[in-house]
Design a protein around this ligand. Structure first.
Ligand SMILES: N[C@@H](CCC[C@H](N)C(=O)O)C(=O)O
Length: 297
């Protein structure tokens, strides 16, 4: 992998949350020239470290988008500078923010004890993280149903399916399928075609409701995802939240506000709850730091 900038050594940590994996490094002053070439070099599974995304920890005051976030909440000391494996920037990453939190704690850059909240700046706004029984819980903020009702065509789906467009800080289109067999057969090695095509692209989730849909008051679904900028991944946290919101929408008013979402890389929890500024959705799940190293890019 070639880069146009002079090679420089990055001390990185590899982390994962339900198999959604990231290369993390800290750049408190925000002076590292993080070019798309360098992001691709770090994320490359053959020639680099390998990951679905690259996350840089920058002090909010030292990042242009971080500074804007400080106006919203000056407690967000750290900005999660998230990039997909193809070098594109994304507004938010639900698995990534848990792994980012674990990284900040491990590096001694932040502290978080049970009952406390750690506010983190993201391109989608400030997001609050807490410890919980699954690992970490993050308030993804207010969600939004998009006006357009797109159609989705994926290889081996044999038909164009209706999708539901939702934003949980970043864009998603959720497609409900009837059976686990149908879900297994969808070929996500190619990008699903969405029509009308969202201007900024979208993550596409294929979801199958469990039978029964609700057990012990918790809704259950299984999901696979094609992530914008990364391809099929083992998990997508914001995608799990979007999928649970879509299935609750389809299921109607009796559907629960608590969901368990099974993804190829594990299980995450999703909860919808009322706040003064409208309904929020939260995500909970594990975060693990796997190894550290250095790479010249
Ligand atoms: N895997 C993430 C989402 C990462 C960003 C996404 N690919 C996008 O471009 O919006 C998650 O766990 O939410």
């Amino acid at each position: 992998m070639t880069t146009t900038a002079q090679p420089t050594t990055v001390r990185f940590t590899k982390g994962q949350g339900t198999g959604n994996d990231f290369v993390l490094f800290s750049d408190p002053e925000g002076d590292f020239d993080l070019t798309p070439d360098r992001i691709r070099a770090l994320a490359d599974r053959h020639f680099g470290v390998g990951g679905d995304g690259v996350i840089r920890a920058v002090r909010s005051e030292n990042h242009p988008e971080g500074r804007a976030i400080l106006e919203e909440d000056d407690a967000a000391e750290w900005f999660m500078d998230y990039h997909n494996a193809d070098g594109s920037a994304a507004e938010m990453c639900g698995n990534g923010i848990r792994v980012f939190t674990a990284y900040l704690l491990e590096q001694g850059l932040a502290t978080l004890t049970p009952g406390e909240t750690l506010s983190i700046g993201t391109r989608a706004g400030v997001r609050d993280v807490q410890l919980n029984a699954r690992g970490f819980q993050v308030d993804l903020g207010r969600w939004r149903l998009d006006d357009e009702h797109p159609e989705v065509r994926a290889r081996d789906l044999h038909a164009v399916r209706p999708g539901l467009g939702l934003s949980v800080g970043n864009p998603h289109v959720v497609v409900a399928l009837a059976t686990a067999d149908e879900l297994a057969k969808v070929d996500l090695t190619v990008i699903p075609i969405i029509e009308p095509a969202p201007l900024e692209g979208a993550n596409v989730e294929f979801v199958v409701p469990s039978d029964p849909l609700v057990a012990d008051g918790v809704g259950r679904i299984t999901m696979r995802v094609h992530e914008r900028g990364s391809g099929e991944t083992l998990s997508c946290g914001t995608g799990a939240a979007a999928a649970a919101l879509a299935v609750r929408y389809y299921a109607g008013p009796s559907a629960p506000d608590q969901w368990r979402v099974d993804v190829p890389g594990g299980t995450v929890g999703v909860r919808m709850f009322a706040t003064e500024d409208g309904e929020h959705v939260s995500l909970s799940g594990p975060a693990e730091l796997v190894f550290t190293g250095e790479l010249a890019i």
